[in-house]
Design a binder for this molecule. Structure first.
Ligand SMILES: NC(=O)c1ccc[n+]([C@@H]2O[C@H](COP(=O)([O-])OP(=O)(O)OC[C@H]3O[C@@H](n4cnc5c(N)ncnc54)[C@H](O)[C@@H]3O)[C@@H](O)[C@H]2O)c1
Length: 343
């Protein structure tokens, strides 16, 4: 199949490209390189035998997208491209609405103009906001009340998809889509070639590993008085290869006109202190920590009820051991202490 991957040069998009190439697909890898890296694209293209075309384009450039979809006879889209830092979205909301929401409009316009009728969208558990404790583990039916501009752009993306699909159905052109609500994506390519290189980095596991490498002087723990066994927040960490595997399963299962939404998580959580302890064990390093106050909007426990995708598609995460998740990230960081700039 010919598949457009937007945000291909980013953390998850690059892992998705690798998997799709392995499965024999042809990949049009599009990224404006605002937050992504050329290196993983070059690495994958070098052995793809012409099945990966990297394009430095913006999803907001609708005419360019139309041209790409037509020229490469794209049949399906995996839409990862987005700005994805919650704190930044609070400071620069318009940047987020322009990029993430207008970007989705532009992509759907291009799909409409060219007849592309299948799309899988990176949504987020942040669309749930702060669910009540009784709804954790969180099912897909949990009310979606995001509390950040980032979370709202993701929920708007879901609404845009559903409304667009409805219009297409009325016009007799069924459009199939799935919104996959990721929890905390973590780890790196189990073969050690690809990894996570965000700047600035805000995700806990890479932050802890940067501290283990000496790239930062320690790790801040935001809140040690939560009603959890060790007082720190609990989150669901899903390995990036498992996450990509779920995308492949969903894309393969989409039938004309489907509109699906699934949580992607492992179904249990680990606390901040558990993550730091596991990282100390994996890296054999004492990682300094600083305890500070809670951050506004951080609920004590957030983890997925992943039963729906398991029931519907038989998919569940394979790498559920925290140490293994961290080991995969650590292997990449050790080989690339300065991320993709390490060469
Ligand atoms: N990493 C997580 O834990 C997590 C959790 C929930 C949801 N998500 C979602 O998954 C997707 C991928 O996340 P990631 O962690 O790989 O982020 P990332 O920043 O590593 O990758 C996103 C990529 O999209 C590109 N991009 C952004 N705007 C673009 C535009 N207008 N045109 C073209 N390219 C553009 C960036 O340059 C970057 O390479 C995002 O949509 C994010 O919101 C990620």
């Amino acid at each position: 199949m010919n598949i457009l991957v937007t945000g291909a040069a980013g953390y998850i998009g690059s892992h998705a490209c690798k998997r799709l190439l392995k499965d024999g697909h042809s990949v049009v890898a599009l990224d404006n390189l605002l937050r992504g890296h050329r290196a993983p694209m070059d690495l994958l293209a070098a052995r793809a035998g012409g099945r990966l075309t990297f394009l430095d384009r913006d999803v907001n450039d609708t005419p360019a997208l139309e041209e790409v979809l037509k020229r490469h006879r794209v049949e399906s889209v995996m839409h990862f491209a987005a700005l994805a830092a919650v704190g930044e979205s609070v400071q620069q909301p318009l940047l987020y609405y322009r990029n993430n929401v207008a970007g989705m409009v532009s992509l759907l316009e291009a799909c409409d103009a060219t007849g592309v009728s299948r799309l899988v969208f990176s949504s987020s558990c942040s669309t749930y906001g702060q669910p009540p404790e009784r709804l954790v583990p969180i099912p897909e039916t949990c009310p979606q009340h995001p509390i950040s501009p980032y979370g709202r752009t993701k929920l708007m993306g879901e609404h845009l998809l559903a409304d667009y699909a409805h219009g297409q159905r009325l016009a007799g052109r069924p459009f199939a889509h799935a919104a996959l609500r990721y929890f905390n994506v973590a780890g790196a390519d189990l073969e050690g070639e690809l990894g996570e290189d965000h700047s600035p980095e805000t995700h806990l596991i890479p932050v802890v590993l940067h501290a283990a490498l000496g790239r930062r002087d320690g790790v801040d723990i935001f809140g040690v008085d939560y009603p959890t066994p060790d007082g720190t927040c609990i989150r669901d960490y899903i390995h990036v290869d498992d996450l990509v595997d779920a995308h492949v399963a969903v894309l393969g299962a989409l039938k004309p006109g489907d509109g699906l939404a699934f949580n992607l998580g492992i179904g249990r959580g680990f606390s901040v202190r558990q993550v730091i302890r596991a990282a100390c064990a994996v890296t054999r390093t004492e990682i300094p920590t600083r305890e500070g106050p809670r951050r506004p909007g951080d609920p004590p426990r957030l983890f997925a009820d992943p039963a729906a995708i398991q029931r519907t598609l038989g998919w569940s995460a394979k790498v559920t051991d925290l140490h293994r998740i961290i080991e995969s990230a650590w292997a990449w960081f050790r080989a690339h202490p300065n991320g993709y700039r390490s060469g």
